[in-house]
Write a protein that binds this ligand. Sequence first.
Ligand SMILES: [Zn+2]
Length: 169
Amino acid sequence: MRVEFRFCPACGEPLQERMIEHRSLPACPSCEFVAWPDPKVAVAAIVQDSQGRLLAIRRGIEPGQGEWALPGGYLDADETPAQAAARECLEETHCVVEMDGLAGIHHVLTREGGLLVLAYSGRLVSGDATPTEEAPELAWFAWDELPELSFSSHRDALAAWRTGIPQVL
Ligand SMILES: [Zn+2]
């Protein structure tokens, strides 16, 4: 769920609504803090093995728990998006993956706020896809055998990847 600031995280003052750049935002009356509604950033990985099959996982955690998705997750501040995509593949599936292209940039509005999903294409370098807590079921699928994916951003990214033209929404 979305975390709404009620007190200034810098100095502890109760926040007050203030008009900033033509919109009302919670802001601190004592210091410069403004609760900007920044989007979160996530990555998704479209991973192929040597036979051209695609890796999908059944998610072990929310959001989308129990549903199929591409490997992926939120970006950390100290990594590039491509590094994040490779890290998520390793954490979720134990596959070492090399990213080789951008499949698309997708903006989604969720209950939590704005979300940017950066989708990369990549290839399996080594490792066997092994179930993990985050992905208790996972498999390699031919394109026409892929299960329905939970997230619209993942479905859009796959469709764009198939055309070979990065899609920016
Ligand atoms: Zn403050």
